[in-house]
Design a protein around this ligand. Structure first.
Ligand SMILES: Cc1ncc(COP(=O)(O)O)c(C=O)c1O
Length: 433
């Protein structure tokens, strides 16, 4: 039986200085409480009680090369010796930008920021300036960061509470959000092109941008239905609306060029963060010249003291170099993910526990529901959270670390034997559910 005594003691101490004992809301939700870790390498992470875990959280996605990848660490160490931050330009950020231009279809020009949340807001500013319109259209259950105008519509007390699909009720995620920001957005369910079309036809004169996760990773792991993203692209072009792909999760994870290269749909602007830099704080807002030229002309202002610091840029280049070093990296990640998904389906078949497994492979989701397929946020609300909590806790107690809402990430350094190990544990835990 694993014990978490040291973590519990540190959490109690931390609560006297850190609000809630943590530095991000999501870190509260661990089993049996927020856990303190001491070190990590490759696919393994160890907590302060000495418990080792096979890690499928990958720090909420960034660690596509696992923890502490030697090439990334060396790149950072070497370059940080030159200094940390110049309040000026340096060669490596140009090399990184040129690399992203090569890889990402929509990346004609770009700017670097610190994280996904900031880059999303930069995209909205560009879209409003380009179109002269005010609102953005977003989708229920999509997460675009924690800032005021996007901290809505990512949770709901029930499906019924959401009301009509045409005019859904949106619930705030936090106290303290200004009511007025609700005037900035329209929210509808995802994966329904007819609904998207009728909404755009009605409100296009106000809509500056449509923002979407190209794969809905933050509520389930839901693929776009065929034609949905294409239809969205066409509507945006037709009605002078900026199409924004939020590739914070899908970028570098689904393919080096992101989901836009996978689905061959080129957005006007997109955001890359997490897996771009192995856990270092850097993001990119990339886009077509027609939009990004507004920054070239200093009409749209973007700034940030810490932007493109030496170590973060070196980490991003190091990550991309390591991913490119073996042309089979992504194929392997997909194969491992598919093996895991198939194994979980098989285990569910044995125990008949209503576990639904969905995803692409590099990321996948499990939940317990009577539905055979989950297509949008309203379907996601059918998941049995209590049962999932028991499963996740069971896995955690056996040394398998998964994100609490049922999301698994696969890295380039996971092995087949580790997938087998995770499946063996899943079998044991399912048998006890
Ligand atoms: C799709 C998506 N967009 C934006 C964000 C916000 O990024 P960050 O946490 O780096 O601010 C996240 C974070 O999880 C995300 O998943």
């Amino acid at each position: 039986m694993r014990v978490y005594d040291e973590s519990a003691a540190l959490l109690a101490r931390a609560k006297n200085s850190l609000a809630g004992g943590v530095s991000s809301e999501f870190r509260r939700y661990n089993h049996p409480h927020a856990i303190f870790y001491s070190h990590a390498s490759g696919t393994k992470i160890v907590d302060v009680d000495g418990n080792e875990y096979l890690d499928f959280t990958l720090s909420q996605g960034p660690l596509i090369l696992g923890h502490n990848h030697p090439h990334v660490t060396k790149r950072v160490e070497d370059y940080a010796r030159n200094g940390q931050l110049y309040a000026g330009q340096h060669i490596l950020e140009v090399e990184l930008a040129e690399k992203l231009q090569q890889l990402i279809p929509s990346a004609e020009l770009m700017r670097f920021c610190l994280d996904g949340s900031e880059a999303v807001q930069t995209a909205f500013r560009l879209a409003r300036a380009k179109t002269g319109k005010k609102k953005f259209l977003r989708f229920e259950g999509h997460y675009h960061g924690w800032l005021d105008n996007v901290a809505w519509g990512i949770s709901a007390p029930s499906i019924e509470a959401l009301g009509s699909r045409e005019l859904p009720e949106v619930f705030p995620w936090s106290a303290g959000l200004p009511e007025t920001v609700q005037e900035e957005f329209i929210t509808i369910p995802w994966n329904n092109l007819a609904l998207l079309r009728s909404t755009v036809e009605k409100y296009h004169a106000d809509i500056a941008a449509i923002i979407t996760e190209p794969i809905m990773c933050n509520s389930g792991c839901i693929l776009p239905v065929p034609g949905f993203l294409q239809g969205m692209r066409e509507l945006c072009t037709q009605y002078n609306i900026t199409l924004i792909f939020d590739e914070v999760i899908t970028g570098f994870r689904t393919a080096l060029g992101g989901a836009q290269s996978l689905y061959q749909i080129t957005p006007d602007l997109s955001i890359f963060a997490k897996a771009m830099a192995s856990g270092y704080p850097i993001s990119a807002i990339v886009g077509r010249k027609d939009w990004m030229n507004l920054m070239v002309e200093s009409k749209v202002i973007h700034a940030g003291t810490m932007n493109s610091s030496n170590s973060c840029v070196a980490a991003a280049l190091g990550t991309i170099e390591a991913l490119e070093a073996d042309p089979n990296t992504h194929t392997r990640i997909y194969q491992l993910g598919k093996k895991l998904m198939e194994g979980l389906v098989q285990i569910n078949h044995t125990y008949q526990q209503n576990m639904l497994v969905q995803g692409l492979g590099p990321m996948l989701h499990i939940g317990f529901t009577h539905l055979k397929e989950v297509n949008n946020f309203r379907d996601v609300l059918t998941y049995d959270k209590v049962k999932l909590g028991k499963f996740i806790a069971g896995m955690h107690n056996e040394g398998i670390r998964i994100i609490g809402r049922g999301l698994w990430y696969i890295s380039a350094v996971h092995t087949e034997a580790e997938i087998d190990q995770a499946l063996e544990v899943a079998d044991k835990v399912m048998a006890q559910l």
